[in-house]
Design a protein around this ligand. Structure first.
Ligand SMILES: Nc1nc2c(c(=O)[nH]1)N[C@H]1C(S)=C(S)[C@@H](COP(=O)(O)OP(=O)(O)OC[C@H]3O[C@@H](n4cnc5c(=O)[nH]c(N)nc54)[C@H](O)[C@@H]3O)O[C@H]1N2
Ligand SMILES: Nc1nc2c(c(=O)[nH]1)N[C@H]1C(S)=C(S)[C@@H](COP(=O)(O)OP(=O)(O)OC[C@H]3O[C@@H](n4cnc5c(=O)[nH]c(N)nc54)[C@H](O)[C@@H]3O)O[C@H]1N2
Ligand code: SF4
Ligand SMILES: [Mo]
Length: 912
């Protein structure tokens, strides 16, 4: 095992001329759209990434994140390069050789199994792993360790979609494909902000609308997102009430005879009971529950049912809910009742979040799944997989889904956690509980690629992982399309592909506990792992047992089910036969249940959380790119302007946000896209970037009874003005990763602190404290020293008032500045540091005189166009074409298009 582990990964997957530039076809490592990319590499550097116009899923398009991928492949201190270990918690971790680290892992696993049994071990994996990674981890957990405790962050993401499909259509298979976006007449988007989260699909939708202007787009989202703003009909529902809305739409369809009785009779079961149930869900009744006008519900039902082809797109607004499975089922019902499925342009299309959450579902990468869409609770399924894996049997005891796995660690049932390619100390709800679990577990292995993750702080053993674009394997995207991911460069340091680390530990563990199983993990390369995995799909609904790397290399990406001599199957269930024993789809008699945590006098606001356009999750990668951090530089809690007024909070003021589980301090921002009583936090900021336990300190771990998915989309909170009158902001030009390391210890010292990685090509820090004088002055001197501002070029100090303002220049441009006490010159200084013109007088600027320039935000990343420039253009009378021609904004990847459209609509309310 040692030879392949150490030796063969240095050569990239494509043939290369020494020293020359080579191009490798691969897939973007972010969202489940699964865009094909061409990676240009030279030596061990990635020099450019562009869209692959031969890839059927994106046809050359990329969004802002994909366009800036090259910028995030860095070696300058952002990566985990060596294994690290601590023999006990009192000792700091030290680096050790990879071989030794693998032995430590095997020893601890063997010990834990011996002392506490296999179910004292939990594997917590990720939808960002490749199918090959999942396969080996899954086999290691179930066939060698002997536990079903192998779950993934897809539990926070796709598990309600899985449960919804299985309950209704019989199998976890999204029936539609991206071509359906071109063919749909009505697109029903529920709980998805496609403009931000699946931008390349949104580009395709925009193009389809342009080609067919009578297409109708309906968006169901409590917030007026850029996606909702572009819709023909926006239903701003109260969070958590989707089931009532969908039931009411079905009620209208039945009442107005818009259902397809022949289809229902021929291809479904269970309609009568559901019909009874939805009887009481009149549009009026739903209006009261959902907060959406009854007339709009009727309109949505008519557009949905009467259109020749209706496609639904849905994601976390449905899935991340204590009734996530019911929401999925209730939406799928609408398709079954109107026969809007199995034909071009139609179907319930769950968009996948992570790049390979689909592959994980296929490979059995969840406690509740086995490879090939099998069920660990089913003895025949277990026996089939055991036979395929060449072992006698698989464990029968149910495995723990994510939240329960961490609860089990917290109460001592799980002793050893192995966490791979996910960052639970930021992304799981109720961080106090999660962090207690990580503290309590006897041994925590964290296998990560980037050095900044919050979870690393809890690791007893760190295993250095290779990451995109250093890994080879396969991923499946939302439309069931399997693509090859190809390495373009070698991993740095001791970093290794995840499956190789798993296989190497497995080999060592087998030698200790089950020598006969050693051979089970003897794979020469990825293609062998894939071949073994593909066999598990044979005869199953997703069958791609005939697919090989060779075919993928020769014929390009392929959709499943894949049969080599049949034509592709772009959409499922065209014949009305579903994946149930009798071939009939099921209507499930589900009721409406409100969110788990109601608002109260003490916690009167409804908090929802979600994504920003240019950040990815806990920002391991996106925080390294200056271009990507410029769209939204600082985290904010968005509130309705009326609520801000009531709470006496101005734009940018600091607030204290509390839930029943935790609190944090954050700046607030008015957002007219929110209804009164609602608040929104981006999910991206954790304790690596802000003071406290991150945004999930607030969120609720209540979960869906079927999918076990937590309700990340709703918690009750209270907001009040923070009593933190003294603020300081500092900035230093330089290497962003090094600055981040230097500045991050400061986060723990203040109630409010935000790190601004990459700000203006350096690193920034904003802090606030309650004390007005003594403590801050000490802090100030320290901060000035840390920023190299002891001898600044220009200074304005007034220690008695706790005010200090300093700038260091290199020639005529700032290289560092510090503002304390009153930070109002920050915007002007940072505009200057961004490359803007120098002020007439630095001294005047530091005294806070002259026009306080607002720091502009980059809307168009491709052409560096700011909101200010766009607003000026709009004020001068430019329309979308004019803005594109003069400023070029929106002419690159197009991700900023919806935002520009919205800015135009705001300026000219009559011309949307
Ligand atoms: N830029 C970017 N793109 C990403 C990601 C990223 O981190 N950044 N992550 C990827 C991943 S893993 C995922 S899972 C997807 C997620 O993709 P999306 O689900 O589209 O994104 P979110 O912002 O999490 O949530 C979508 C919307 O749900 C709404 N919502 C909240 N509560 C409710 C409700 O009760 N009902 C309804 N109908 N809507 C509600 C929110 O207001 C929000 O606008 O994005 C993927 N793409
Ligand atoms: N409040 C709130 N919380 C949420 C959500 C929400 O909407 N609201 N959304 C949830 C959803 S849908 C998701 S998917 C999760 C995502 O949450 P996480 O999975 O925790 O987020 P990431 O930042 O993607 O974490 C990936 C980690 O893997 C590391 N990594 C990157 N590439 C590799 C690799 O190839 N190998 C290894 N071993 N490591 C690698 C990165 O450095 C990073 O630490 O967050 C969930 N949490
Ligand atoms: S839409 Fe953007 S983030 Fe998603 S796969 Fe395509 S380029 Fe990557
Ligand atoms: Mo996700």
């Amino acid at each position: 095992m040692d030879a392949p582990l150490i030796g063969d990964l240095r050569a990239p997957a494509t043939a290369a001329l020494p020293g020359g530039i080579r191009t490798v076809s691969s897939v973007c490592c972010y969202c489940g759209t699964g865009c094909g990319v061409r990676v240009q590499a030279q030596g061990n550097r990635v020099i450019a990434v562009s869209g692959d116009d031969r890839h059927p899923s994106n046809q050359g398009r990329l969004c802002s994140k994909g366009m800036n991928l090259a910028d995030t492949v860095r070696r300058d201190g952002s990566r985990v390069l060596r294994a690290q270990w601590r023999p006990d918690r009192a000792t700091p971790r030290r680096e050790l050789a990879l071989d030794q680290a693998l032995d430590v892992a095997a020893d601890r696993l063997a010990q834990t199994i011996e002392r506490h049994g296999p179910d004292a071990i939990g594997f917590y994996l990720s939808g960002q792993l490749l199918t090959e990674d999942y396969s080996v981890f899954n086999k290691l957990a179930r066939a060698l360790v002997g536990t079903n405790n192998v779950d993934t962050n897809s539990r926070l993401c796709m598990s309600s979609a899985v449960a919804g499909y299985k309950q209704t259509l019989g199998a976890d298979a999204p029936p539609a494909c991206y071509e359906d976006l071109d063919a749909a007449a009505t697109v029903f988007i529920a709980g998805a902000n496609v403009a931000y989260a699946h931008p390349v699909l949104f580009r395709r939708l925009e193009a389809a609308r342009q080609a067919r202007p009578d297409m109708k787009v309906i968006v169901v989202d409590p917030r007026r997102t850029d996606t909702a703003a572009a819709a023909d009909l926006h239903l701003p529902i109260l969070p958590g009430t989707d089931v009532a809305l969908f039931h009411a739409m079905l009620n209208v369809m039945i009442w107005e005879d818009l259902i397809d009785r022949a289809y229902i009779d021929a291809h479904t079961a269970g309609f009568t009971a559901l019909k009874q149930r939805v009887h009481e869900f009149t549009p009026r009744a739903a209006q009261d529950v959902c907060g959406v006008p009854a007339a709009d519900i009727v309109q949505a039902a008519r557009w949905f049912a009467r259109s020749p082809a209706t496609l639904s797109l849905y994601t976390m607004g449905l899935n991340q809910s204590s009734s996530g499975t019911a929401k999925n089922a209730a939406l799928i019902h609408l398709h079954l009742a109107t026969a809007q499925i199995g034909k071009p342009g139609a179907g319930p299309f769950s968009l996948t979040g992570q790049p390979n959450a689909m592959g994980g579902r296929e490979a059995g990468g969840m406690a509740t799944l086995l490879p090939g869409h099998r069920d660990p609770a089913n003895a025949a399924d277990r026996a089939a997989v055991a036979a395929l894996w060449g072992v006698d049997s698989l464990p029968a005891a149910p495995g723990l889904p994510a939240i329960d796995m961490f609860d089990a660690a917290r109460d001592g049932r799980i002793k050893l956690l192995w966490i791979v390619a996910t960052n639970p100390a930021q992304s799981l709800p109720d961080q106090a509980r999660v962090r207690a679990a990580l503290d309590k577990a006897e041994f925590v292995i964290v296998q990560d690629a980037y050095a900044g993750s919050e979870t690393l702080a809890y690791a007893d053993l760190v295993l250095p992982a290779a990451t995109w674009p250093e890994k080879d394997g396969t991923v499946t995207n939302s439309e069931r399309r399997i693509s090859r991911v190809r390495a373009a460069i070698a991993p740095p340091g001791d970093a290794r592909p995840d499956w190789r680390l798993a296989a190497a530990v497995a080999t060592r563990l087998a030698a200790r506990i089950a020598p006969a199983k050693t051979a089970c993990f003897d794979y020469a390369d990825e293609s062998q792992v894939f071949a073994e995995h593909a066999r598990t799909t044979s005869g199953r609904d997703l069958d791609y047992s005939a697919l090989t790397y060779h075919i993928l290399d020769r014929d390009g990406p392929q959709q499943w089910p894949y049969h080599p001599h049949a034509s592709a199957i772009p959409r499922l269930y065209a014949d009305g036969r579903f994946a149930t024993p009798d071939g009939r789809a099921r209507f499930v008699d589900v009721g409406y249940a409100p969110v788990a945590e109601a608002v109260s006098a003490q916690y009167p606001l409804r908090l929802t959380t979600g994504r920003l356009r240019d950040h990815w999750h806990t920002m391991a990668r996106t925080a390294l790119s200056l271009a990507l951090t410029r769209h939204v530089e600082e985290p904010c809690l968005s509130l309705h302007p009326g609520d801000m007024q009531r709470l006496r909070l101005a734009d940018g003021a600091l607030a204290r946000i509390k839930s029943r589980r935790g609190q944090l301090f954050m700046a607030v921002r008015a957002d007219e896209g929110l209804k009164p009583g609602h608040a929104f936090l981006p999910m991206h900021w954790g304790s690596a970037f802000i003071a406290g336990d991150g945004i999930n300190a607030l969120t609720n771990p209540a979960r869906d009874p079927y999918s076990h998915q937590p309700e990340l989309k709703h918690s009750a909170i209270a907001v009040e003005a923070a009593q933190l009158p003294w603020q300081a902001m500092g900035w230093l030009k330089g290497d962003a990763a090094a600055l981040r390391r230097a500045l991050s210890p400061w986060l723990r010292r203040f109630p409010y602190a935000v790190l601004l990685p990459t700000a203006m090509g350096g690193g920034g820090l904003r802090i606030a404290v309650a004390a007005k004088h003594a403590a801050p002055v000490v802090t100030l001197q320290e901060m000035a020293a840390a920023l190299g501002l002891a001898q600044p070029h220009a200074a304005f100090d007034d220690p008695n008032r706790g005010i200090l303002r300093r700038v260091a220049l290199d020639g005529k441009t700032p290289v560092a500045f510090l503002l304390a006490g009153d930070v109002s010159p920050w915007d002007a200084l940072s505009a200057w540091a961004d490359g803007g013109p120098p002020p007439a007088s630095t001294a005047q600027l530091l005294m806070g005189r002259g026009a306080p320039a607002r720091r502009a935000r980059t809307v168009c990343v491709c052409h560096g166009v700011t909101d200010e420039a766009i607003e000026t253009g709009i004020a001068a009378g430019l329309d979308m074409d004019g803005l594109q021609q003069t400023l070029h904004c929106g002419t690159g990847c197009g991700s900023c298009g919806p935002e520009i459209a919205r800015m135009l609509a705001r300026a000219h309310p009559t011309h949307p």
